[in-house]
Design a protein. Structure first.
Length: 170
């Protein structure tokens, strides 16, 4: 699959089959997260792979009752690591580390799609609740929740803005 094809075909999936993900594919997802670019190659990010039913239900509750999260076989929580501020100061902590997590997640989502999995990026959640549910250390901040699984329903592509609206040449 070509990269642009994967980008165009990937959809946000909210309905998952009750089917486990083989470890071989989980390993590919991990590799995609690890090999993404990061500011200064500090890799100021940490990912939690949640399979425990109760934890997934608690995360779904913390995500404003988005119950589809708990129905996915795997939930990945992407966290920034504030220790990046040691090199890049406040901008590193509040921007670069978020960019690092975002780059990792986008690459992982494309690898998931390439392997027949569906994902959705969830940003609406009570950060403090997820922090407590996962018992995170103080240097980590949850910034994204990604349910992963085999799609039960694949939605139609949503409309996109025109090239002229999206890009300006100077």
């Amino acid at each position: 699959m070509e990269s642009l094809e994967a980008i165009r075909e990937r959809r946000s999936i909210r309905n998952f089959q009750k089917k486990d993900i083989p470890q071989k594919i989980v390993d590919k997802l991990i590799d995609a997260l690890i090999w993404a670019p990061s500011a200064g190659n500090l890799q100021a990010r940490k990912f939690f792979f949640v399979k425990d039913t109760k934890l997934k239900e608690d995360i779904a509750d913390a995500a404003l009752n988005q119950d589809f999260i708990a129905e996915s076989p795997l939930v990945i929580v992407g966290c920034t690591d504030s220790r990046i501020s040691n090199k890049y100061g406040e901008r590193g902590e509040y921007l670069y580390s978020i960019q690092d997590v975002a780059a990792s997640i986008m690459g992982m989502m494309l690898v998931a799609h390439e392997n027949g999995l569906g994902t959705i990026w969830v940003g609406a959640f009570m950060e403090d609740d997820v922090f407590d549910i996962l018992n995170l250390p103080k240097n980590l901040r949850p910034v994204a929740i990604i349910p992963v699984g085999y799609p039960a329903i694949i939605p139609s592509p949503p409309p996109r803005v025109s090239r002229e609206e999206a890009v300006a040449f100077r």
